[in-house]
Design a protein around this ligand. Structure first.
Ligand code: AP5
Length: 208
């Protein structure tokens, strides 16, 4: 099953993708995670995109499309995948159409106020990417990753100025994909304001 998770920043795409990945045994391919891994490992790509991610702007299509093309050519994506955060522009969607068929585009529907609460309280483990929320999904010990014991951090782009920019960028560049995929008959809306368990139950019903 080839899935796209579409939705604004902080809608919970990564949280639900982690559940779907385990349940359906398909890889979770997050372009944000791929960029952050490159930044952490100080690769050429990482150096190129570091400032762009911190500001909340989009990495140029050419770079992003090439990275996804490489990732989808790996053998674990042969029998399905969850693309989380890609495509984010019409040009990326057109490029994906020439690389792979898509079965469903899951559109995470959520209000701005909830997004702001989710993003401002998000904390992550830098080495594993594991995600927490100070109120909704706190770690066992405050500020510490449950498994590695490392200190949790706040993403650079979860600071207020970058969050507001990311929401603007989403409206301008990514929201038009809702109509794009609706016209192709692939779009499924999910109410992303519920708990992760409820969202996953709704997901299973709609893709059945
Ligand atoms: P990316 O990492 O993709 O960021 P994003 O789309 O902004 O998505 P987020 O990771 O912020 O949110 P999410 O929806 O996954 O929410 P999460 O599950 O973490 O991209 C980062 C940057 O990389 C971009 O700004 C851009 O620069 C670049 N980039 C990436 N892809 C690109 C592309 N295709 N083209 C160009 N540039 C690209 O949840 C958020 C919080 O809420 C967490 O704390 C979580 O615990 C909590 N939470 C989640 N679900 C629930 C729930 N149901 N109830 C209560 N709390 C919840």
């Amino acid at each position: 099953m080839n899935l796209i998770f579409l939705g604004p920043p902080g809608a919970g795409k990564g949280t639900i993708a982690a559940i779907v990945k385990d349940a359906y045994k398909i890889p979770h391919i997050s372009t944000g995670d791929l960029f952050r891994a490159n930044i952490k490992n100080e690769t050429e790509l990482g150096k190129q995109v570091k400032e762009i991610l911190a500001s909340g702007n989009l990495v140029p299509d050419e770079i992003t499309i090439k990275m996804v093309e490489n990732r989808l050519s790996e053998s674990d994506a042969n029998d399905g995948y969850i693309l989380d955060g890609f495509p984010r522009t019409i040009a990326q969607a057109d490029a994906l159409a020439s690389m792979s068929d898509v079965d469903y585009v899951v559109n995470f529907v959520i209000e701005r106020e909830t997004i702001l609460k989710r993003l401002s309280g998000r904390r992550v483990c830098k080495s594993t990417g594991r995600t927490y929320h100070i109120l909704y999904n706190p770690p066992k010990v405050e500020g510490i990753d449950d498994e590695t014991g490392e200190p949790l951090i706040q993403r650079d782009d979860d600071k207020e100025e970058a969050i507001l920019n990311r929401l603007d960028v989403y409206e301008k560049s990514t929201a038009p994909l809702i109509d794009y995929y609706k016209k192709k008959g692939l779009l499924i809306d999910l109410d992303a304001s519920k708990s992760p368990e409820e969202i996953f139950e709704a997901f299973k019903k709609v893709i059945r």
